[in-house]
Design a protein. Structure first.
Length: 100
């Protein structure tokens, strides 16, 4: 249940730029992908990313990029800087990232 809770709230944390209908569509798409085994639970992905980068999770979005699903994860690092990383939703591999 915790994984599902994280999954549900994760897609809505940084949704100010999008309307609520987009959030519902993202949730439904993410839930289907999880049920079909196309993505790992967000809790698993976040745990692996935090082990690599440290810091505190502040936001997550779920997206489809080309032929794969990705989590856009925002973390405030131990140095206080905001990091935004794109993570493969199946493998937890960090695909790209940037500092603010």
């Amino acid at each position: 249940m915790l994984a599902l809770t994280l999954f549900v709230t994760g897609g809505r944390v940084l949704s100010d730029e999008r309307d609520e209908d987009d959030d519902d569509d993202d949730y439904e798409e993410a839930y289907r992908a999880l049920q079909q085994g196309q993505v790992k639970p967000l809790s698993d992905i976040v745990e692996r990313v935090q082990k690599q980068l440290g810091g505190d999770l502040i936001g997550v979005e779920f997206e489809r990029d080309g032929g794969r699903y990705v989590y856009e994860i925002k973390i405030v690092g131990p140095d206080g800087r905001l990091r935004e990383v794109y993570v493969d939703a199946m493998t937890a591999a960090i695909l790209s990232g940037e500092h603010d």
